[in-house]
Design a protein around this ligand. Structure first.
Ligand code: MG
Length: 108
């Protein structure tokens, strides 16, 4: 999937989420809700990492499915992009700028 297709899908998903769940009239509350959702998804990814490394409690290990790990990576990326969109961050430019900055560290 290319970045333009992904960005279009994120806008579509944001519209569907707003239709199903509404949105706060206070934009800061909306941003906090998106940030909290990202935290929730990051927690779920961490749980799957623990499962993957067999570090999860034994009583929970029967719930482990390898496909959940990739799904949680996707959830973190999607919720990150939804938050960036809510905050009017041009994430493509942000990534390009950050990659250039990182690459410069190795140019010495
Ligand atoms: Mg999830």
């Amino acid at each position: 999937m290319d970045f333009i297709t992904l960005s279009k899908w994120i806008k579509k998903e944001n519209g569907r989420l707003e239709k199903d769940h509404g949105r706060y009239s206070d934009q800061d509350k909306q941003i906090f809700a998106c940030a909290i959702k990202l935290g929730e998804e990051f927690g779920e990814l961490c749980q799957e990492v623990l499962f993957h490394s067999s570090l999860q409690r034994k009583s929970k290990m029967n719930k482990f499915k390898e496909e959940n790990l990739s799904g949680e990576f996707a959830d973190v990326l999607i919720t990150t992009l939804l938050l960036a969109q809510e905050m009017n961050i041009d994430i493509e430019k942000a990534l390009e700028d950050k990659i250039k900055k990182i690459d410069k560290r190795y140019e010495k």
